[in-house]
Design a protein around this ligand. Structure first.
Ligand SMILES: [Zn+2]
Length: 256
């Protein structure tokens, strides 16, 4: 049951028939892990916290820099030089002190991903390099956790949910292949990015997260695993396509 204060806080959301009281209670009982607290992670954190996700784990090993403020909307000038994970926790504490938060000021790798992601109901990856994304994806498959992947570069965005642990569903590695395992470059620094483009991808990812989390609970629930949404900020268009499971995938394929 939600308290009167919580019912009041989420009234505009509970009144939506596709979410309702059952959906709100389910969100309250959910744990989501955010990997990467940057241009995508910022709006994701804001909208998932605003939606009433009860428990959030925040993972990022970076510090806030002046050049982040153009797109990483949870940080302000006073956060410059502070760890993003700590600054994000401070934002969350000011926003909603009832959310249980757990922060990890760590860089996620293939070696530590399982320990960092274990226990998550959903992992939302907003990191900026393939090596990390593939490590997160492989770990989610191994742990049986759905993954929501969101990426953006200049005016292109990409958002997709994966459930490679399920026998008929692809993982992120099925989508991008193995070629990027050692690619840890920060493409954002090279390519540049309009802040609002990261915001679009991040807020859409937060919407998709709610749909994944409320599958089987409320009418908005529709995980659409394996469906990739491509967003074009210059044409202001979005198109979608489905990825199929690769039987030979290193992340989720059948052994042997
Ligand atoms: Zn796969």
């Amino acid at each position: 049951m939600l308290s009167d204060a919580r019912l009041d806080r989420f009234a505009r959301q509970i009144i939506i028939p596709e979410i309702g009281g059952a959906g709100q209670v389910a969100l309250d009982g959910t744990q989501v892990t955010l990997v990467g607290l940057g241009g995508i992670g910022s709006p994701v954190l804001q909208y998932l916290a605003a939606a009433g996700i009860g428990q959030l784990r925040l993972i990022d090993d970076g510090d806030v820099e002046l050049s982040n403020l153009q797109r990483q909307t949870i940080y302000t000038q006073r956060d410059i030089g502070h760890a993003k994970a700590v600054a994000a926790r401070r934002w969350l504490a000011n926003f909603d002190s009832e959310i249980t938060v757990d922060v990890r000021d760590d860089r996620i790798t293939a070696g530590n991903a399982a320990a960092l992601l274990e226990g998550s109901g959903l992992v939302l990856d907003g990191t900026d390099n393939f090596a990390t994304r593939l490590a997160v994806s492989d770990s989610c498959v191994a742990l049986g956790i759905p993954l929501l992947s969101a990426a953006v570069g200049r005016f292109q965005g990409q958002v997709a949910a994966f459930a490679g642990h399920l026998p008929d569903q692809p993982c992120y590695r099925c989508f991008v292949g193995d070629a990027f395992d050692n690619d840890d470059c920060d493409t954002c620094a090279d390519d540049g990015m309009l802040g609002a483009m990261a915001g679009w991808a991040g807020s859409f990812a937060a919407m998709r997260a709610v749909s994944v989390l409320l599958d089987g609970v409320a009418a908005i629930g529709d995980p659409a695993f394996g469906k990739v949404h491509m967003m074009d900020g210059l044409k202001a268009e979005m198109r979608s396509f489905r990825v199929v499971k690769d039987p030979a995938c290193k992340g989720c394929g059948l052994p042997g």
